[in-house]
Design a protein around this ligand. Structure first.
Ligand SMILES: Cc1cc2nc3c(=O)[nH]c(=O)nc-3n(C[C@H](O)[C@H](O)[C@H](O)COP(=O)(O)OP(=O)(O)OC[C@H]3O[C@@H](n4cnc5c(N)ncnc54)[C@H](O)[C@@H]3O)c2cc1C
Length: 427
C-alpha cells in the first residue's frame, strides 16, 4: 500500500482485491459515521447496516491500512493478561463479561467468515502458546488452570506432544487453545468491507477525517473533500489514529512488530512443521510467532521495526532463530517482510471511550485485535442502535489520558528489540 512493500508485505500480495471505493465527495447524512476501516470499524459498519441503520465509513487511506492489514493473523481467545487478572483489574462484573465475550470471540469471527463467504484462508485448528523453559511452562500451567476453571476448551501439552505438533523439540510444553485459529488478515478485513457494502453501508477511502463539530441534532465530520452529518460517531482508529482524536494515540505505547514470510515450502517440509496448521507463539518477553499461509509459506515474526539498522538486525536474527527452531528448513529464502505498530495500554487491556456525547470508541487491543475488534464492532453497532446501553458493555467508560513516559518507552521497545535480537546471536 502506498508503494511501501514493508507495510503489508505478503498479505497485500495474496489477499483478494479490495472492493472498489472512492473518496468522500459532497455532504452526506447518515445515522452513524464510522471513522477507520479496520476490523473494529468494518464490523461496526457491517452489523449496523445489517440492522438497517444508514452507515457511512470513512477511512483515511485504504481498507486494512492499519493493524488489520499487517498482523500475524492469530485469531486469539482472550487477552495477554492472565484470565484471573482481568476481573481483578476491571472488577468482577466487567471482567467476567469481557472474558466470556473474548473467549467466544474467535467463534464469532469464524461464523462471520462463513456467513459472508469471506475468502481469508481460515484455519480453525487452534493456537499453540509455546513454553520456553521451566518458567514458560509454569506460566502456561497457570493460564491453563484459570481457563479450564472457566470451562474453556484448552489443554496443556507436554514437551513430547508439543514437539509433535510444532515439528521442533525447542519447547518445554504448550497450551493448545482449540477455540482459536488463523486467517489471512488483510483478506478478512477486505471481506468485511465487501459484506458491509453488500448490506448497504457506504465506504469512502482516501478520506481522512480532519475535524468533527457538534451541530444541531448530531455531529458533522469533515474531510478535505466532503462531510457527513450523523447522530453518532464511532471512532475506530486504534494505533493508527490520526487527527482529530489524538488522545487515542497518546494513551497508547506503540510496540513495533515485524514478520518475514519464507518462499512456499516443499510438501515434506510442510508436513514436518505445524502439521495440523495451528498458529503459534512463545512465552519470551521479546516473543516470536509462526504460522503457515495457505500456499505453505512459513510466516515468522517478533518484536521490532524494519527500519534503519532494525531491518538488517531483525532479518539476520530471523534467519538464525528459524534455523535453530526448525533445522530441517536449511537456508530458506524470505519472500516478503513487513511490520506495523501495536497499540499497548498501561494495564494491557483495551479501552472504551465516550469522547463526547454520542462519540464512542474501542481501542488499545495490545496485539489482540482480530477477534476483539470484530465483537466490539458488533457491540458498538448495538449501542448506537439503542439496543444496549453503556452499562451493558464489557469495559467501563474511561478517559483517554497520555501514557506515562510514552516516547521513552516507545524508543526503548524499538531499540531494546534490536539489542535482544543481537544478543540472541551469541546464545
Ligand atoms: C504487526 C502486528 C501484528 C499483530 N498480530 C495480531 C494477531 O496475530 N492477532 C490479533 O488478534 N491482533 C494482532 N495485532 C493487533 C491487530 O492487528 C489490531 O489490534 C487490530 O487490527 C485493530 O483493528 P482496528 O480496526 O481497531 O484498527 P486498525 O486496523 O489499525 O484501523 C484503524 C484505521 O483507522 C484509519 N484512520 C486513522 N485516523 C483516521 C482519520 N482521522 N480518518 C479516517 N481514518 C483514519 C487508519 O488509516 C486505519 O486504517 C497485530 C498488530 C500488528 C501491527
Amino acid at each position: 500500500m502506498q508503494n511501501d512493500p514493508r507495510s503489508h508485505g505478503l498479505w497485500e500480495r495474496t489477499a483478494p482485491p479490495s472492493p472498489a471505493t472512492a473518496p468522500l465527495a459532497g455532504d452526506l447524512k447518515a445515522d452513524v459515521v464510522v471513522v477507520g476501516g479496520g476490523y473494529t470499524g468494518l464490523s461496526t459498519a457491517l452489523h449496523a447496516a445489517r440492522d438497517g441503520l444508514d452507515v457511512v465509513l470513512l477511512e483515511g487511506v485504504e481498507i486494512g491500512f492499519g493493524g488489520s492489514g499487517r498482523n500475524v493473523g492469530l485469531v486469539n481467545a482472550g487477552m495477554w493478561v492472565m484470565p484471573d487478572d482481568v476481573p481483578a483489574t476491571l472488577g468482577r462484573e466487567h471482567g467476567d463479561r469481557l472474558l466470556d465475550l473474548l473467549g467466544d470471540a474467535p467463534k464469532r469471527v469464524f461464523e462471520l467468515v462463513r456467513m459472508h463467504g469471506i475468502d481469508c484462508e481460515l484455519e480453525t485448528a487452534g493456537t499453540l502458546h509455546c513454553a520456553v523453559g521451566a518458567k514458560g511452562l509454569a506460566e502456561l500451567g497457570q493460564r491453563a488452570e484459570q481457563w479450564l476453571a472457566r470451562g474453556a476448551d484448552v489443554r496443556l501439552l507436554d514437551a513430547a506432544e508439543t514437539a509433535a505438533k510444532i515439528g521442533s523439540p525447542a519447547y518445554a510444553g504448550s497450551l493448545l487453545d482449540r477455540r482459536a485459529g488463523t486467517i489471512q488478515p488483510l483478506a478478512y478485513v477486505r471481506g468485511l468491507a465487501r459484506a458491509a457494502l453488500e448490506h448497504g453501508a457506504r465506504i469512502h477511502t482516501q478520506s481522512p477525517v480532519r475535524a468533527a463539530e457538534k451541530v444541531p441534532g448530531g455531529w458533522r465530520v469533515a474531510t478535505e473533500t466532503g462531510s457527513v452529518t450523523a447522530d453518532w460517531i464511532v471512532v475506530a482508529t486504534d494505533a493508527y489514529t490520526n487527527l482529530p482524536w489524538s488522545e487515542i494515540r497518546t494513551e497508547q505505547i506503540h510496540l513495533p512488530y515485524f514478520n518475514f514470510a519464507t518462499v512456499p515450502l516443499d510438501e515434506a517440509l510442510r508436513r514436518s512443521i505445524l502439521p495440523e496448521r495451528q498458529g503459534a507463539w512463545d512465552t519470551k518477553d521479546v516473543l516470536s510467532s509462526f504460522r503457515f499461509d495457505r500456499a505453505g509459506r512459513l510466516v515468522f515474526g517478533s518484536v521490532g521495526a524494519l527500519r534503519g539498522t532494525g531491518a538488517r538486525v531483525h532479518r539476520a536474527w530471523a534467519k538464525r532463530a528459524l534455523a535453530r527452531i526448525f533445522p530441517q528448513l536449511g537456508d530458506v529464502a524470505f519472500e516478503a517482510e513487513w511490520y506495523g505498530q501495536i497499540g499497548m495500554t498501561e494495564n494491557s487491556l483495551p479501552r472504551f471511550h465516550r469522547l463526547a456525547p454520542n462519540v464512542v470508541a474501542f481501542s488499545g487491543y495490545n496485539g489482540r485485535g482480530i477477534a476483539p475488534g470484530t465483537v466490539f464492532g458488533r457491540l458498538l453497532a448495538e449501542h448506537v442502535a439503542g439496543r444496549i446501553g453503556e452499562a451493558d458493555l464489557p469495559l467501563p467508560v474511561t478517559d483517554a489520558r497520555e501514557a506515562r513516559l510514552r516516547r521513552l518507552k516507545e524508543a526503548y521497545y524499538e531499540v531494546g528489540a534490536q539489542i535482544a535480537h543481537l544478543a540472541d546471536a551469541r546464545l
